[in-house]
Design a protein around this ligand. Structure first.
Ligand code: SAH
Length: 399
């Protein structure tokens, strides 16, 4: 008999779990039998006492993240459990040609729920791995996770950096060791993405160091930038700028509010090109810059951070996207294109599209949708967890 703490759901609240949705919200819990702490492994049962799955508990709105659905009933989450889960994620990347790729050695290895590992993100940078925990339960298993990764990557592994200060609850992050090397000590490296070189600083950079999720969209941008003038706003480390320059853009301006980001962008341009006098950086608030700017560009990229993190601020976010896009569309030369993105999970593609179309109307310009963009396959969306789909983008041709 298992001694594990048992969580019983309210009647009717078991449907989501039976459909393999991996979250139990606190409101769905009827009763907890036994002790629970943040991070405890618990077993979840329906109101009719059917075993549904085992998961990690946290005293928060998402109260349990399911790590194994019935009939699986792990006694504990041991090294073997993590190794198998991580290997499954690695095999998916292998099957899509990412694990041994001459031109690209940066990819997401684990995308949380999309890889059946709720609360866990792992990014791979040329043999260096960065682990990010979004739940205390995951934090507690960081060493087992690192062990599994060492087994999978073997001698190809350079370092494992654990980086969860910004993703774990604030009070927990303050009183626990939530950053540091679990293997090796390489804090930055030069990675390749479709043959473009980027220096990634895992320790000091934003998120895990690089926005891997824009890889395919950066590649698409290259098709539109030959002999074109480009404004890359919210540029971070200059991903889109490097692709635009590589494709023969006549001039690229990289804009970000962060001076550190712009230093990285300049460095990355220099890493790829001898001639860099057709690139410049602008430190500014993108919204204000675009509002006040009078110059026209052939291509503008808008890749802001999530304007809305919750549905209660969705309306304001939508208004923000609309204003920003309308101002940008006004500044695009006839025959130019807008690459516009939203990474707010609560703004879905339909809402984003109607917002951008409303922006084109406001700008008084004819617009045609050429592409709809999303996150790449190393950021898979679990079919039973549509919340995992967060990145959306449009390419608009502006007449
Ligand atoms: N396009 C980037 C990722 C963008 S991340 C890439 O491909 O790598 C969002 C960026 O927006 C961050 O670098 C952040 O510093 C910047 N940012 C946030 N608020 C901003 C603002 N108001 N104006 C300009 N940049 C901003």
């Amino acid at each position: 008999m298992s001694e594990k703490t048992k969580i019983v759901l309210r009647s009717g609240k078991d449907d989501a779990l039976k459909r393999f949705h991996p979250w139990v919200f606190s409101g769905a819990i009827k009763k907890i039998y036994g002790p629970v702490h943040d991070g405890s492994l618990v077993e979840v049962f329906s109101n009719k006492d059917e075993y549904l799955g085992s998961g990690l508990y946290q005293d928060a709105s998402i109260a349990v993240r399911i790590m194994a659905f019935a009939p699986d009933r792990p006694e504990l989450l041991n090294n073997d459990f993590w190794y198998k889960k991580l290997l499954n994620a690695w095999q998916l990347r292998e099957s899509t040609g990412l694990t041994e790729n001459k031109n690209t050695n940066v990819y997401r290895l684990v995308h949380g729920e999309g890889d059946h590992l709720p609360g866990l993100i792992i990014d791979h940078y040329n043999g260096n791995l960065v682990i990010q925990a979004h739940a205390i339960g995951i934090h507690n298993y960081r060493n087992e996770i690192a062990e599994g990764l060492r087994k999978i990557y073997g001698k190809n592994l350079k370092s494992i950096y654990y980086k969860s200060k910004d993703t774990l609850p604030g009070n927990f992050a303050q009183s626990n060791e939530v950053e540091g090397f679990l293997f090796g000590d390489a804090s930055s490296d030069i990675v390749l993405e479709y043959g473009h070189r980027f220096e990634v600083d895992f320790v000091h950079g934003q998120k895990t160091g690089f926005f891997i999720d824009q890889r395919e969209n950066r590649k698409l941008l290259a098709e539109y930038t030959k002999n074109r003038t480009v404004l890359n706003t919210f540029c971070y480390s200059g991903g889109f700028s490097v692709y635009a320059l590589g494709a023969g853009a006549s001039f690229v301006e990289s804009l970000d509010s962060s001076g550190k980001a712009l230093e990285l962008a300049e460095k990355n341009v220099q890493l790829n090109f001898h001639q860099t006098n057709n690139h410049t950086v602008i430190q500014a608030d993108a919204v204000q810059f675009i509002r006040e700017n009078k110059k026209a560009y052939d291509v503008i990229i808008l890749d802001p951070p999530a304007f809305a993190k919750h549905t209660n601020v969705r309306h304001n976010a939508v208004q923000g996207y609309k204003r920003l896009n309308a101002e940008a569309i006004r500044q695009i030369s006839p025959g130019g294109v807008l690459f516009t993105f939203s990474c707010s999970q609560v703004v879905n593609m339909n809402l984003f599209k109607s917002t951008v179309i409303a922006a084109a109307i406001q700008a008084g310009r004819q617009a045609r949708v050429l592409h709809q963009m999303t996150q790449p396959h190393d950021h898979p969306v679990n079919a039973f967890h549509p919340e995992g789909e967060y990145l959306k983008g449009l390419v608009l041709y502006i007449d």
